[in-house]
Structures are given as C-alpha cells and as structure tokens.
Design a protein. Sequence first.
Length: 180
Amino acid sequence: MSNLLIVDDEPNVLNALRRLCQNSAILPALPDPSVTTFTSPLAALKHVADHKVDLVISDYRMPDMDGAVFLTRVKELRPDAARIILSACTDMDGIIRAINHAGIFRFVSKPWSDHDLKASIIDVLAHRNLLLENRRLADEVRSQRGVISRQQLELERLEMESPGITQVRWSEDGGVLLQD
C-alpha cells in the first residue's frame, strides 16, 4: 500500500485527483493507494509530521504558501517521501526553485493527462522504493564491513519512521525539552 498525500487549494481538483488515484479502471492502476487530501498546506504539514507518507503531490500556487516552500518543508520532515508538483502557471523560476530546493521528483502541468499522471506516480514511487532499497543494502554492507554499527542502523531506522525521535533535547534535571 502506498500512502499518498495530495494538497491543492481547490477542492474540485483534490476530488478529481483522489478519484483518479483510487480508480483502478483508469490504467495504469495504482496498487492499493491510501489517499489523504488537504486544501491547506499548513494542515498538510501537521499531518506529514505525524504520519508516514510515501508520495506528496502539491499544487504550486496556493494562498498560504506556494508548493515549492511546502514541498521543501515536507522534505525536511520526511526526506524519504517522494514529491510531485502540479502547476498551470509558467513561473519557471519558482518551478526551478521547487526542483532544486524541494527535491521534487516530477513536474506535471495542469491540465494533466490521467494516464500520464498515474504513470508518473507509479514511476516516482518505484524510483523512491529503489532509493530506499539501495540505502538499506549499502547500510547492510557497511555494517558487515564494520563501518556502521548495528546501533547506528537502528537509530537511522527509528529516525526514518519517526523523524526527530533521535534528536531529543534534555534539560539539566533530566527532563525532555519540547520545541514550540
């Protein structure tokens, strides 16, 4: 199952994207997608902080923050989440910023072709899975060679599941300091 998060300030676009992702009759079919949608990038960021997300699809132009800034923050919270940006605008500077800073995997223009968008989603998820598998295999090799400890591997696994869990700040009396 793939956890997809879609963010667009237009509810009609969100509904169309959700239906497209969940409709297996429109080929290529996505294998068992779990789709969560938000009209607010701020609410979506709160969700990303607390939930595993495999792929985030975001509109570029939104009132609270643009898609490049949103996807950059997603990358900080969930570096392993793949990112796609949708846009009808031709703001090439903004799109280039999204590619460079947010590390987006794909740019899709509006209006999109249903087949092409679904194929892009499948390609991006497959690419993400390959990156994760390559990292896992590289860590395994480093562990076997004694370069990385089993403890470090476990810390990286925990950090991937729950970002920030390994970076706890302690007070002088042994209490946990929370960020605002």
